[in-house]
Design a protein around this ligand. Structure first.
Ligand SMILES: *Cc1c(COP(=O)(O)O)cnc(C)c1O
Length: 481
């Protein structure tokens, strides 16, 4: 049986034995999991590695070899992990976990057609922003709102819509870089604006802004310096000071809040982080913030502010290029609905739940988990508990650290042990600090699953390959399918 090229109808020449080999019962399960083309491709690689016609006597060895080669395909590339790094909103680990309400809404939107841009009352066209704008206005006090792919996109869009080809004034103390790829000066340039820097790194005064305003000025921008703090001899200009100046000159003030939040974190004994409402009350004309940081929703960039400006922003062609899909809009709407009753947040929203956990609660959990860990570690390592300080992450509150408790492992070759934790069925990510491997338990939600897989640490052979290897060597020898 040889394959036929669809376009030309001609047979594709290849060693005929490969197709026959793919019919071996030993490979049937592998074919079921990854599909015939992948197995045939792997068999070819095997034949090539063997340099010649493969021998049927090698069947078992061949099946094992193929199983190992294809092992990576047995599980998705993006896998669930335990984030025990101590950083609650870890950008590399996907930031906020969604509330069940948001997950259900997203799944429902994935399954069915929806009224994404459809108005049921008159069968006319609706606006996708209509699903979230009323909630955002209600929660921030803004006149209007819109949403895009992420906050970097929101900043790019706001600048392009309101200031393309003209100047935007920013304090030197706020020319920040976030996570490498997002730098305010670069975004400014890509938005087609000319950056006018004022003040110095540590001190900027109102008069610095006033002196910089000229005929080409289109806006003043404030950026929440979310991932660092300047301490000591410092001065920055608050929104309350800046807004009257901008008003007098007829200029809009745009503020990138970064993480931003819709509720006062002090409710849960956490340090204050600026809320979108505070910025609106202070008179900021357009406020941007992320959906998947403190807000605890899906990735999104939210823009709230004055109606005429938000309308200009929403009409910009770039908005179309940065728009949100129905799945994330559904999740975002469900998340915002939870905020209608702040009492529910600490129970329903995983981000707030993790941030609000008390040290006592974490300590109690740590005491439950420690003996289970100690029991599997053996003599090479020593496990204990350690008071640690974690972070909110994703730029929020860079200096204030969250008191927590960590499982602390000491001993030789901690790298090796850390890597064994990463090879568990649900990889566990911690951090090594002062020759100690730390697992901060503030974010351990599924304690049962964590504990259940600990015994596998001892048999720390590479997990990725084992399932398929076993399958090809054992299951595949079962009855023909
Ligand atoms: C995180 C952050 C951004 C980028 O937001 P994304 O949603 O990741 O695109 C921009 N500005 C500030 C101040 C931030 O903290």
């Amino acid at each position: 049986m040889s394959r036929v090229d669809r376009a030309s109808g001609a047979s594709i020449p290849h060693p005929p034995s490969i197709d026959r080999m793919a019919n071996w019962p030993a490979l049937a399960l592998l074919i079921e999991r990854v599909g015939r083309p992948m197995v045939v491709e792997t068999l070819r690689a095997w034949a090539e590695a063997k340099r010649g016609a493969p021998d049927v006597a090698d069947l078992d060895a061949c099946a094992r070899w193929c199983g190992e080669r294809l092992a990576g395909l047995a599980q998705p590339s993006q896998r669930r992990v335990f984030n025990l790094t101590g950083t609650v909103l870890h950008t590399n680990l996907g930031r906020a976990l969604l509330a069940e309400e948001a997950i259900e809404a997203a799944v429902a939107a994935m399954r069915s057609p929806t009224t994404l841009e459809y108005d049921l009352s008159d069968a006319g066209r609706g606006e996708r922003d209509d699903h979230i704008a009323p909630w955002l206005c209600r929660l921030t006090g803004a006149e209007a709102a819109t949403a895009v792919n992420n906050n970097a996109g929101a900043v790019l869009l706001a600048l392009n819509a309101l200031a393309a080809g003209r100047e935007v004034i920013v304090s030197r103390g706020e020319l920040i870089e976030i996570g490498g790829a997002f730098r305010i000066p670069d975004i400014m340039a890509r938005a087609g604006c000319r950056l006018v820097e004022v003040g110095t790194t540590n001190r900027t005064h109102l008069r610095d802004y006033a002196n910089a305003i000229g005929p080409d000025t289109a806006a003043i921008m404030k950026v929440h310096p979310s991932n660092y703090a300047v301490q000591g001899f410092t001065k920055s200009v608050s929104a309350a000071e800046l807004v009257p100046l901008a008003r007098a000159k007829g200029l809009p003030v745009i503020e990138d809040l970064g993480s931003g939040t819709l509720v006062d974190l002090e409710t849960w004994g956490l340090p204050h982080e600026p809320t979108a409402r505070e910025a609106i009350v202070a008179g900021i004309d357009v406020v941007t913030f992320s959906g998947d940081k403190l807000l605890g929703g899906p990735q999104a960039g939210l823009l709230v502010g004055r109606r005429n400006l938000i309308e200009r922003i929403a009409k910009n062609p770039m908005k179309r290029a940065l728009r949100l899909d129905k799945v994330r809009l559904a999740a975002l709407e469900a998340t915002l609905r939870l905020y209608a009753d702040p009492e529910r947040l600490a129970r329903r929203l995983p981000t707030i739940r993790a941030l609000a956990r008390s040290e006592m609660e974490i300590q109690a959990q740590a005491e439950r988990v420690l003996p289970k860990l100690a029991a599997v570690l053996g003599a090479e390592w020593k496990a204990g508990l350690k008071p640690v300080r974690g972070q909110i992450g994703s730029g929020a509150l860079p200096v204030d650290l969250l008191p927590s408790v960590a499982l602390a492992v000491t001993g030789r070759s901690l790298d090796k042990l850390a890597s064994a934790f990463r090879r568990l069925p649900i990889p566990v990510i911690g951090r090594i600090e002062d020759d100690t491997l730390l697992f901060d338990l503030r974010t351990l939600d599924d304690e049962a699953a964590f504990v259940a897989q600990l015994p596998e640490l001892i048999s720390s052979r590479p997990r990725a390959s084992s399932s398929l290897m076993n399958m090809s060597a054992q299951d595949a020898r079962g009855p023909k399918t």
